[in-house]
Design a binder for this molecule. Structure first.
Ligand code: K1U
Ligand code: ZN
Length: 182
């Protein structure tokens, strides 16, 4: 009985069943809950999220973006795209005072990029895909990506850092695109 439900859950998270929510879908504003246990269900979700992220040429993906509201992030900021990083229940334990402006993008707002200012370096504490705790010091794109993905887990998008005028323009453009695609 237990085994059967685990297999069903693995199937539930197959890559082709996960779609990336598009802004301004209200589900992107959901606050994610902590993962209670890193088990086969979570591991199958992580594997499917990595596949979705690589297929979309993204450097990160938060579970929120695939409509799963648990604190799970996958990333790969390596040039070779061969260094997957899994952050379960991530917490930022240190942020630098120095901030930097980066041009950010988002798989939930495709083709739109704008500048966001964030701390230049962060230290994040999380569980890995085996449920083991670790800490990571990040800077550059990795630091930006960690903060961008952790915002997703709080229901926050990079467009929320922009002016209401810019955000409304982006919203209108996205809704128009979605109407045309329907
Ligand atoms: O959360 C997401 O939608 C993924 C997002 C992560 C991110 C990239 C860059 C800055 C902040 C957050 C993306 O992967 S956007 C698309 C992308 O592939 C990319 C953008 C900039 C540099 C490298 C890649
Ligand atoms: Zn994003």
């Amino acid at each position: 009985m237990r085994q059967a439900s685990a297999i069903e859950n693995v199937y539930d998270y197959a890559m082709d069943k996960l779609t990336i929510l598009q802004y301004p879908d209200p589900r992107l504003a959901t606050v994610a809950v902590p993962v209670e246990r890193v088990d086969a269900r979570v591991q199958s979700l992580v594997a499917a999220m990595l596949e979705v992220m690589y297929a979309a040429n993204g450097v990160g993906l938060a579970a929120t973006q695939v409509d799963v509201h648990e604190r799970i992030v996958v990333m790969d900021t390596s040039e070779e795209r061969n260094r997957p990083l899994v952050l379960i229940n991530p917490e930022i334990v240190r942020s630098s005072e120095e901030c930097k402006e980066w041009e950010e993008g988002c798989l939930s707002v495709p083709g739109i990029y704008d500048k966001v200012t964030r701390p230049d370096q962060v230290t994040v504490r999380a569980l890995d895909a085996q449920g083991e705790p670790f800490e990571l010091e990040a800077d550059g794109l990795a630091a930006v990506c960690i903060q961008h993905e952790m915002d997703h887990l709080l229901g926050k998008m990079f467009v929320d850092y922009l002016s209401p005028l810019k955000r409304n323009r982006i919203k209108t453009k996205m809704l128009k695109r979605q109407r045309q695609a329907a």
